[in-house]
Design a binder for this molecule. Structure first.
Ligand code: HEM
Length: 437
């Protein structure tokens, strides 16, 4: 049976009063993506050497996970809540306060992790925790006012819960860096932390948001939408089982969790396939190609999961490749959504008021399609080459992969700068009706 909910995908119209809020988050997130990609070039040989527990790797990881992913999600929620759920963020003041604690906090925290500085650890974790708790509280307070309590709503609520658990586990791990109190349990807590974070926080949020946005971006009609609730349920229960199994050292629970997670990823991939297949315009734009590539990486990571569970402790490089594909997937997916959301916001800010009075560019003319495809090639090849270098223990190959990825990020930054300034790539003016389309 096809849900009536998404038979017709309606186009998005940005919430004008939260464009600035989203914009500040997106700008800071982009700087952290750039810093993370540069750091990856430096640390790639360590990853190829199997040193995934190195403090440098932990610092750089959080430039991506907190700086790029979490910051982007916080900014996107400022737009998504009013537009998709009909519930504006409860307080824009609190949202700004969250930004001004979280944004500097990530840099201080990541530097503290990388250098082992206790002062920076403490300052960083205070700022990061304040930023996360303010954002979680603000979004949670907005949810009761939502018009629709659908899969997106439930997914956002679940993801917020997992982010809070991520923070608690992260603080335990940070404390362990000074005291070593976790002993041999460190690896199990670390594995729990990273799954709760990447799957529970980021992937569940992606599944929830995609339920609304993929059909809009793809102009998909009539897709069967029952796979999203299944994906959300399996991922949430799976993370719970996996976490319990890892923390208690109970193999049966851990395996049950891993299998549920595989089912959840499979349902999400099935849902995304349904939306892609039901699209009206057959030609895919670059944003949707980024998302499609990311889904491919997600499938690779899911396939590697059981192998990591069997041999992970003995083969640290295999575990690293598994995380690289998983993180690579969510990073690329978010970039794909950036290509859909940010030009639209910039267009609204620069040109909406001028429409009908003078020629304005289309949203797609705000960036170069050719450069965006070059960026996709560089980043996708970068992730694959980095993974190959780590798998084979070849430091030079891993570093080449990181350099390709960094090249892709540089292209992205130039595109975003152009979009933010509202400079059309082709000067050709279009009629107001074409611009609106
Ligand atoms: C919310 C605040 C967070 C805190 C306080 C925190 C803290 C930490 C700490 C202290 C470590 C190092 C553990 C060790 O080496 O013993 C770590 C590792 C890690 N964290 Fe987080 N984390 C946070 C959020 C996140 C998020 C949101 C993600 C992913 C979306 C994430 C992913 C990871 C990964 C993948 C590692 C392993 C890095 C490595 O191989 O060294 N963390 N975290």
């Amino acid at each position: 049976m096809i849900s009536a909910e998404l038979k017709v995908a309606t186009p998005i119209s940005p919430a004008a009063n939260s464009i600035g809020l989203a914009g500040e988050h997106f700008a800071a997130a982009t700087l952290y993506l750039l810093a993370g990609a540069a750091g990856l070039v430096w640390a790639a040989p360590q990853l190829a050497g199997g040193a995934y527990l190195s403090p440098h790797v932990a610092g750089i990881t959080h430039l991506f996970t907190l700086g790029w992913l979490t910051m982007t999600i916080f900014g996107a929620l400022c737009q998504l809540l009013p537009v998709a759920l009909g519930a504006p963020v409860r307080s824009t003041r609190v949202a700004h306060a969250s930004f001004w604690t979280f944004a500097p906090g990530v840099g201080v925290f990541a530097t503290g992790l990388a250098t082992g500085s206790v002062a920076l650890h403490h300052a960083g974790i205070c700022l990061v925790a304040a930023g996360v708790l303010l954002a979680v509280g603000n979004v949670a307070a907005s949810l009761p006012r939502a018009r629709a309590r659908d899969a997106t709503w439930a997914g956002v609520a679940l993801a917020l819960t997992f982010l809070t658990s991520t923070l608690v586990l992260g603080i335990l791990l940070l404390h362990n860096q000074h005291t070593g109190y976790l002993g041999a349990a460190r690896l199990r807590v670390l594995a729990t932390h990273l799954h709760v974070a990447i799957v529970g926080w980021v992937l569940i949020m992606i599944v929830a948001v995609s339920h609304r946005l993929l059909p809009m971006f793809l102009l998909a009609r009539g897709a069967d939408t029952r796979w999203t609730p299944r994906a959300l349920a399996l991922l949430a229960v799976g993370v719970g089982f996996l976490a319990a199994g890892l923390m208690l050292g109970a193999r049966v629970l851990t395996w049950a969790g891993a299998l549920l997670l595989q089912g959840g990823v499979a349902c999400f991939l099935r849902q995304a396939y349904g939306f892609y297949r039901a699209r009206l315009r057959k030609q895919l734009d670059v944003g949707m190609r980024f998302a499609g590539t990311a889904l491919g990486f997600l499938a690779v990571s899911a396939v590697l999961g059981p192998a990591v569970l069997v041999r992970g402790a003995a083969l640290p490089r295999l575990a690293t490749v598994y995380v690289v594909f998983g993180l690579g997937a969510v990073v690329l997916y978010v970039i794909g959504f950036f290509y859909k959301i940010v030009p639209l916001l910039a267009w609204t800010a620069h040109f909406r008021g001028r429409m009908g009075r003078e020629p304005v560019p289309t949203v797609a003319q705000l960036y170069s399609g050719r450069l965006a495809y070059a960026q996709l090639a560089l980043m996708a090849l970068g992730v694959a080459t980095l993974a190959a270098g780590i798998a084979s223990g070849a430091a030079a190959v891993a570093r080449s992969g990181a350099v390709l990825f960094f090249g892709g990020v540089l292209v992205f930054v130039t595109q975003l700068a152009r979009i933010a300034l509202g400079r059309a790539v082709r000067a050709a003016a279009v009629s107001p009706r074409e611009a609106a389309a």
